[in-house]
Design a protein around this ligand. Sequence first.
Ligand code: NAP
Length: 293
Amino acid sequence: MAEIIDGKKCAAGIRAEVARRVEALSSKGVTPGLAAVLIGDDPASRYYVRSKEKACGEVGIYSEVIRRDAGTSQSELLQLVDDLNANPKIDGILVQSPLPEGLDETEVTLRIDPGKDVDGFHPYNIGALSLGLPALAPCTPAGIIEMLIFAKVDTQGKEVVVVGRSNIVGRPVAGLLSLKGPRGNATVTLCHSRTKNIESVCRRADILIAAIGRPEFITAEFVKPGAAVIDVGVNRVEDSSRKSGYRLTGDVDFDAVEKVAGYISPVPGGVGPMTIAMLLSNTVTIAEHRASK
Ligand code: NAP
């Protein structure tokens, strides 16, 4: 049976470290600040923003949530970003996605000051990261790297297969793991919906990362015995036995894969808590930079 990689426990360690860094900053008179912009009333987005706000409060990060209705125009949203770019109390800016139809997410990302781009989505940070230069790493990929370190899964010379090539998870985590250095040095294959013989490609992996958005896509047949399997997916599937009528499941068939893999991260309680922990860590990194000026 696979060892479970407990994302909550790993995230608790990161948050404790973040709290210590916040304290050290406070002795220099600096309080890290995070602003979240929430447009519209998508229930999942509201939930994510509330969780981020609560997490900030727990470690002593100042947080502001700017809520606007779905009728907000592109120019109003850009003005909001400009104001936050200029606000000295705000270190990190995040604009919760998805934005309501009609708003251009790319233009908004480009408008965020790269130095305050706490999600690490700005092309400046993506470019710097891919060159191995200091940059704000996107939170989910950075969290996956921390989970591998926490579980003592070495990446040096390992075969890594990432399924999913999104700009926020698949592509950056593949980039980070292929960088030269102690947290990388892996041989990385990036799969997507056009990949041929995906099952046999995945079975080569010492470390398999699933970021697809398809419930239980990765079955035991995809997994080499002893491999480390990181499940990024968060999917709602109908479940009449639950009061809510649904349950959350990952991209990995946990019950079957747990019997084959050496390590596995659960959903929920795996990558999700790490994403928020890394958001806090990125906010403090920006504030530390401000304090050092
Ligand atoms: P995305 O933008 O929806 O992209 C999905 C990727 O999966 C695409 O590259 C797509 O290939 C690939 N794909 C889809 N069907 C496939 C198939 N049958 N075979 C092989 N590849 C296939 O994904 P995302 O934003 O990265 O999100 C992925 C999942 O992670 C979602 O469930 C999301 O909710 C979850 N997520 C979780 C966290 C967290 O903190 N836990 C954070 C972010 C995302 P093509 O490019 O060819 O279309």
